[in-house]
Design a protein around this ligand. Structure first.
Ligand code: PGA
Length: 252
């Protein structure tokens, strides 16, 4: 059985005190939840304060990006050993905003994912088509390209530690979520890609999150699909009430 994983991607929001307030509210509401996994991904500047808050709970810490080198003259970058040191168990890589605004490619996503796995950190690898890709009928081709090339060279042993987030770009921050059928169709396709790259047994262990306008109102139907194993939540993760409700709606 794959354990449902709900991650909050706070993006470039929340200063330290705001982060602490949000993390504390989420902790008060969800500290005793064991059925599903909860991950908070604040900006780098709040990681250590949020870690202090969630330290003795089942809530995990995630970063939003990483650089693949271990250390050295790479001004502005943060390495996987540094994230490990601060207590991160997860790190988002290849988010569409990074692909769009920061020239992230499958190759750099792949380097980042591999650097994280070396430190025992689980990469949350984002994949997904743009609206023009969907309109052109190339959703599967784009997703296949993202999955195969972002995960190239990751071994059979390492693959179960990877989380894939299917985030159709047209659904991010737009209020237009994919329907449960649209999500399931692509999630199933992604599992098929993993199966072709490795085998079915391993593919069945990998968790595939859906991301894009997830809200308390739509999570139940999305999560009820067989290949949807959780959600990567942006806007609705910035308020404790909505994030907590999304998590609670995944239980039972
Ligand atoms: P959204 O963002 O929930 O605000 O659509 C999701 C994401 O970008 O991870």
């Amino acid at each position: 059985m794959r354990r449902v994983i709900i991650a909050g991607n706070w993006k470039m929001n929340k200063n330290i005190s705001e982060s602490m307030e949000l993390a504390n509210s989420i902790k008060r509401a969800l500290y005793d939840i064991l059925e599903i996994e909860i991950v908070l991904c604040p900006p780098f500047t709040s990681l250590s304060d949020v870690k202090e808050i969630v330290m003795d709970t089942n809530i995990m810490l995630g970063a939003q990006d990483v650089y693949w080198e271990k250390e050295g003259a790479f001004t502005g970058e943060v390495s996987a050993p540094m994230l490990k040191n601060i207590g991160c168990e997860y790190c988002i890589v290849g988010h569409s905003e990074r692909r769009q605004f920061f020239h992230e490619t499958n190759e750099t996503v792949n380097r980042k994912a591999r650097a994280l796995l070396k430190e025992g950190i689980s990469p949350i690898v984002c994949v997904g088509e743009r609206l023009e890709d969907r309109k052109a009928g190339s959703t599967f081709a784009v997703v296949k390209d993202h999955v195969e090339n972002s995960l190239a060279g990751i071994t059979r042993d390492e693959i179960p530690k990877v989380v894939i987030a299917y985030e159709p770009v047209w659904a991010i921050g737009t209020g237009l979520n994919a329907t449960r059928q649209e999500a399931q169709e692509v999630h199933k396709y992604i599992r098929g890609c993993l199966s072709a790259m490795h085998d079915e047994e391993i593919a069945n262990l990998v968790r595939i999150q859906y991301g894009g306008s997830v809200k308390p109102e739509n999570i139940k139907e999305l999560i009820s699909e067989p290949d949807v194993d959780g959600a990567l939540v942006g806007g609705a993760s910035l308020k404790a009430d909505s994030f907590v409700q999304i998590a609670r709606n995944c239980i039972g």
